[in-house]
Design a protein around this ligand. Structure first.
Ligand code: CS2
Length: 438
């Protein structure tokens, strides 16, 4: 029997009585594990915050979940396993008319479009010549905000939920830059009226696999074409500038703070930096998952030292307890989080997760040898993929395949991934690490 409105166990709210107050762009696994869960819990006491799930390209979600009335199972896999049906998605749209954004009852737009979806240059500003820009979320937002302005203003917040530093500021600058290139009045209006809070999001969400579908069927007795799995831990920190009249996020455990940067930087550098390091070094050592890599004492020891000795000193405050908690989460054997999933999009992730740390370490006169090991690991990993003819998942895939086939640190350091001055400073230690990683 398939999961749908007739077969699902009762939700904590009357779904028919809910209305759409949130529009989400990029409703992939992370959004469905994270923001949709918060809104689902909010719906239990406020029916105004159901979600319109907008995919700009892929019809996969719509195809999988329309027959299930948009319902899906969220499995939280930890010491205890729990299954819950999420009903927050009231509709699933594929590349809808941007006029959708003009609906006055809509108070919040959230986005998970991954690092590459922002079409930014390496310096973090919008690349107006980016080939993906015409079909991007940035373009859709600008067009939608134009319609909202024409329809008469209703306050709106646009909230980036991607692993980018200063995500709200970067998104705001990108949207305004694109608007300014066509209509300076619109750009000025957006700058004055629309808020773009920064946010930090965290919950480890492995991609859905057959094993999960089988587990969900066994536990619930219902077939679900696209269940989602994550760890039990979840965190959402949002800059406290949301307009009034919007969803009461604090009531479902979201931290509202004037200063997201401290949370965000610690999370990107410690959790995501360690994750990417585990991915490249772990794959080269023949491991498949994060928990397996963490069971390798040499690798786990290296990652812990990297976090405590090299990354934490670039962050304010005592990061010890946060590091302990992250290491425990990485050891969670209840989930199979594939290293290959984390290894995707390295050209986008490394600058944020490791290079900023290396830059700060150099400035402070601290050693960077350990930080260079995962960078060398990425290069060796790309070489291995390229030479085996295996697809590289990265916006720079073609270039990486060429560089990877030829090999050598110098070619990698010339990529736009590395700011030139940093490439010069890191060359010798990356080469040393690379030579050791045969
Ligand atoms: C991971 C993240 O795939 C990756 O690159 O590092 O998705 C990570 O699991 C999340 O940011 C955790 O919140």
């Amino acid at each position: 029997m398939r999961l749908n409105a007739a077969t699902a166990p009762p939700l904590a709210y009357d779904r028919e009585a809910t209305s759409i107050g949130v529009l989400h762009i990029g409703p992939g696994a992370f959004h469905r594990a994270h923001q949709a869960d918060y809104f689902d819990r909010l719906l239990a006491h406020d029916p105004r915050w159901a979600i319109s799930a907008v995919s700009l390209r892929s019809g996969d979600l719509k195809r999988a979940l329309d027959p299930q009335d948009g319902l899906y199972t969220l499995a939280t896999l930890d010491e205890q396993t729990a299954f819950r049906v999420i009903g927050a998605h009231r509709e699933r749209l594929v590349a809808p008319d941007p006029v959708r954004l003009a609906a006055p009852e809509l108070k919040l737009v959230t986005l998970t479009i991954t690092e590459k979806g922002y079409c930014l240059k390496p310096d973090g500003t919008l690349d107006l010549g980016h080939p993906d820009l015409p079909a991007s979320a940035i373009r859709w937002l600008v067009e939608g905000l134009r319609r909202r302005r024409e329809a008469g203003f209703e306050p709106l917040a646009v909230l980036s939920c991607d692993n980018l530093p200063d995500n709200g500021h970067r998104l705001r600058a990108a949207v305004i830059a694109l608007a300014a290139s066509r209509d300076p009045d619109l750009a000025a209006w957006i700058a004055g009226e629309v808020v773009f809070p920064c946010s930090m999001v965290d919950s480890i969400t492995p991609a859905t696999d057959q094993a999960l579908k089988a587990r969900v069927l066994e536990a619930t007795g219902l077939e679900d074409a696209w269940p989602i799995q994550r760890e039990a831990f979840t965190q959402w920190v949002v800059e406290d500038i949301l307009p009034s009249g919007g969803p009461d996020l604090a009531s479902v455990g979201v931290t509202l703070t004037p200063d997201v940067a401290a949370f965000e930087q610690a999370k990107l550098r410690l959790l995501n930096g360690a994750h990417s390091s585990l991915a490249y070094l772990g794959l080269l050592r023949g491991h498949e998952t994060v928990a397996e890599a963490m069971a390798d004492p040499d690798l786990a020891g290296f990652i812990e030292t990297l976090m405590r000795q090299d990354i934490a000193p670039t962050l304010p405050g005592d990061q010890g307890p946060y590091i302990d908690a992250i290491l425990k989460r990485f050891r969670n054997r209840a989930i199979r989080h594939r290293l290959s999933q984390i290894a995707w999009d390295g050209s986008q992730k490394l600058p944020i997760r490791l290079l900023a740390t290396a830059h700060d370490a150099l400035l402070a006169g601290r050693p960077v040898e350990r930080l260079c090991r995962p960078l060398a690991g990425w290069m060796r990993f790309i070489e291995r993929q390229a030479r085996a003819g295996v697809a590289i998942v990265d916006p720079l895939a073609e270039t990486l395949a060429t560089v990877g086939r030829a090999g050598g640190v110098a070619r990698f350091l010339e990529l736009p991934v590395f700011p030139p001055a940093l490439a010069i400073a890191l060359k010798a230690p990356v080469e040393a690490a690379y030579d050791r990683l045969t």
